[in-house]
Design a protein around this ligand. Structure first.
Ligand code: KG4
Ligand code: ZN
Length: 336
């Protein structure tokens, strides 16, 4: 089965081909980072317009490289939501048009399910598991007894973890998106020079809060002499990352304990963070829990995860009609 995946929920236009025999045959991403960098964040209308310009040529290029015609495909999987509504509409309309033109079946994929199933592109998933979904828009702990079944155990009360990385990076004068820059700078950081809060530690719920971190970093940074020297940026980055990773690890392992699962997983852009991956690996090993970090290229938004999730839906006999709607928000556990 050859499935074309389309993922345009935020600022990356991505298409991929999943082939039952070869796995991910190809995954292409056209990044809009340069377009939004100047604004310090994603400008939704600019993102939609860039998807409109880039998406069809990217599909053509993928098919050409794979020496396939549209009618050689067995189906199209498109992110239906959540995400920026304009961006999602461009992707879904394009997917529907391709299906109508070549008489192909369509399936809509929940973006978060895509991130979770990206783990299966690295190695077969061990289930039941608890998955920490950490991206620019989401910080959620999901219990997954089997593929296609998801129970939301908890999440953030305010900012997402990726947002916390991006906002503090901005205060430090690092480029957008800030997560990878904090990750890189933190490697050179000296522990102990600064200290940041780890809220809700005693709260028995599986909840996170990151909005206070931005304020705490601002208070510290405002007091520092300008321009900030590289070692200071590295030292702040180190402690910001420790504060975020401590909260994430703590709730993930607490959730795993509650559900008596066999494995824990990471999903979403922040899952690419080196410190988070090594801390979860250590803590999981100490508790006899299985953990394999997802390949970094499948952590941030990509269409390979959408093509694979679509493949699972088609294999289970699910498909959508051309009436399918995009949605800006909707929890995974209440979709389908
Ligand atoms: O999953 P994703 O590509 O898009 C959303 O669905 O939001 O996640 C993007 C987020 C951004 O906030 C980015 O800063 C963060 O993932 N990110 C990282 C790293 N790589 C990407 N955060 C920390 N460390 C990284 N290495
Ligand atoms: Zn995402």
């Amino acid at each position: 089965m050859k499935i074309l995946g389309i993922e345009p929920s935020c600022d990356d236009t991505s298409v991929a081909l999943d082939d039952s025999e070869r796995g991910v045959a190809e995954s292409l991403v056209s990044s809009q980072v340069d377009l939004h960098d100047h604004f310090g964040g994603v400008v939704p209308e600019l993102a939609s317009r860039a998807h409109l310009v880039n998406l069809l040529p990217l599909v053509d290029y993928l098919l050409e490289r794979q020496e396939l015609r549209l009618k050689d495909l067995d189906g199209v999987a498109v992110t239906a939501g959540p995400g920026l509504i304009g961006a999602l509409l461009v992707g879904l309309s394009t997917g529907k048009a391709l299906c109508a033109a070549a008489d192909l079946p369509l399936v809509g994929v929940h973006h978060i399910e895509g991130h979770i199933l990206a783990n299966a592109l690295t190695a077969d998933m061990v289930l039941p598991a608890v998955v920490l979904v950490v991206s620019g828009g989401h910080t959620e702990v999901v219990y997954m007894p089997e593929v296609g079944k998801y129970e939301l155990m908890g999440g953030t009360l305010d900012d997402a973890a990726g947002e916390a990385f991006d906002k503090t990076a901005k205060l430090l004068g690092l480029p957008y998106p800030g997560g990878p820059h904090i990750d890189r700078m933190a490697e050179k950081g000296t522990p102990g020079r600064f200290s940041f809060p780890r809220p809700l530690q005693k709260d028995p719920r599986i909840v996170f809060s990151f909005s206070g971190l931005k304020t705490a970093v601002r208070v510290v940074v405002d007091d520092l002499p300008r321009p900030l020297d590289e070692q200071t940026v590295a030292d702040v980055s180190y402690e910001v990352q420790e504060a975020i990773v401590d909260s994430l690890c703590d709730r993930l392992l607490r959730a795993a304990r509650r559900k008596h699962v066999a494995a824990v997983y990471l999903a979403g852009g922040v899952a690419a963070n080196g410190r988070l991956r090594s801390r979860v690996a250590e803590e999981a090993a100490a508790r006899n829990l299985h953990f394999t970090p997802p390949e970094r290229v499948y952590c941030t938004d990509n269409a390979a995860m959408i093509a694979y999730a679509g493949w699972c839906h088609f294999a289970a006999g699910r498909r959508d009609t051309l009436d399918l709607d995009s949605f800006p928000r909707k929890p995974l556990s209440s979709w389908r």
